[in-house]
Design a binder for this molecule. Structure first.
Ligand code: FAD
Length: 372
């Protein structure tokens, strides 16, 4: 129960099995003066048993009456950077996010984030997270399902039925992957069809795979996967729209077969995917036997809950000005969820910083001053 509680609250901890480690068992008895488990140490405090009241005081959910200065939605590069800036401005800050790291976690190799010649997305986002965790702010792992505003205070509801209130919002929920839009897609997801090559890619060692898409992510995935799979079929609906650096890499790979002006029309298999049918612009079809398909065809902004609440553009991105202001006073937005054209880690982070500074100014000048 203690571990489940800490996991849910996103608290990092070290777990020691005193059943296995006799020295640790001795130390635990000395520290706590008793023999029961669990014993939890937080700084110098020793908590005996699953003391939910004390754990809630230390790490638990917000009391419903607490009003945060800033609530940040999303913990990708934009949200985490905004968190650091808010905490350094001494704003009472909470970040609510489904995961920590966002899309960047899925990058095999980042070569354009300043300060690192090359770093994996996972490593870079761990560094972001470590920096956030050194500062005073709350990090809640949950999915936001509703945002509303009453008397200049914003209310956020989550899928686990928690409610949070804040004077100002920074929206940084980023994007989610687009789907192929063909039959059986849901059935094969996780059974040969993947939208996360860095997560699932290693399971396809020595196998035949296809990558769908013609942008940077698709080409990067095809190149990386060609290093450990038997073959990669790259299926591009129109022409390639990737940076020349990726096109050059692609050209050096002998086990990648490229199909331009082609799309997948059917997925085949029983429990697991065993093949696909592709069709070219002339309408010619071909069946290819393979073990996995990795979809890299772009992203949609996570703004479903914001339709009617904020002004969105035709792509359903939040319209922002150059200072990350949205159409509503007190709501700021940063990163891939916004109308800013370029979707990159450094840009999302930069805008996260800008949004935080604007939120700080708003809290000082315009937000309701009561409420804590
Ligand atoms: C495969 C791949 C490779 C890439 N390679 C590079 C690269 O090499 N260099 C580069 O600069 N960029 C790269 N990018 C782009 C980069 O990752 C994004 O531009 C960046 O992550 C955007 O950051 P963000 O914080 O705006 O959004 P995201 O990273 O999308 O983060 C959004 C966060 O919000 C959370 N969230 C979403 N909805 C909700 C909700 N309802 N409630 C709570 N939380 C929610 C998500 O869980 C996530 O944590 C790559 C992207 C991909 C997919």
């Amino acid at each position: 129960m203690a571990k489940a509680f800490l996991d849910k609250q996103g608290v990092l901890y070290e777990s020691i099995d005193v059943g296995e480690d006799t020295d640790a068992a001795k130390k635990m008895i000395e520290l706590s003066g008793q023999r029961g488990v669990p014993v939890i140490t937080v700084d110098d405090e020793v908590i005996v048993g699953f003391d939910s009241q004390r754990l809630n005081e230390l790490f638990g959910s917000a009391s419903p009456s607490e009003i945060y200065d800033v609530l940040i939605a999303g913990a990708g590069p934009a949200g985490l950077t905004a968190g650091v800036y808010c905490a350094r401005k001494m704003l009472n800050t909470i970040i609510i996010s489904e995961n920590i790291g966002g899309q960047a976690l899925e990058s095999w190799a980042i070569e354009n984030y300043m300060g690192y010649r090359m770093i994996t997305g996972e490593e870079l986002m761990k560094k972001f997270e470590d920096q956030v965790r050194t500062l005073k702010m709350r990090l809640e792992l949950d999915r936001i399902v509703k945002i509303s505003k009453e008397d200049d205070i914003f209310t956020i509801r989550t899928i686990s039925e928690q409610t949070f209130k804040a004077k100002t919002l920074i929206l940084a929920q980023g994007n989610r992957p687009k789907k192929l839009g063909i039959a059986n897609e849901e059935q094969f997801l996780g059974h040969g069809l993947s939208i996360c090559s860095t997560c699932d890619g290693p399971l396809y060692k020595g196998k035949k795979v296809a990558v769908v898409g013609g942008g940077n992510s698709a080409l990067q995935t095809a190149v990386e996967m060609s290093k450990f799979t038997q073959s990669v079929t790259l299926i591009v609906r129109r022409s390639i729209r990737a940076d020349p650096v990726y096109v050059k890499m692609l050209e050096t790979k002998k086990n990648i077969t490229l199909y331009l002006y082609t799309q997948i029309t059917a997925l085949h298999g029983d429990k697991f995917l065993s093949g696909i049918t592709i069709r070219n612009e002339k309408g010619e079809e071909q069946k290819i036997d393979l073990d996995g398909v990795f979809v890299e065809i772009g992203w949609l902004p996570n703004t479903d809950m914001l339709d009617g609440f904020l002004a969105l553009n035709e792509k359903k991105e939040i319209i922002v000005d150059i200072n990350c202001h949205t159409s509503m006073a007190g709501v700021f937005a940063a990163g891939d969820i916004t109308s800013v054209k370029s979707k990159q880690i450094i840009i999302a982070s930069g805008d996260g910083a800008k949004a935080a500074l604007e939120a700080h100014e708003y809290v000082l000048k315009s937000a309701p001053q009561s409420g804590k």
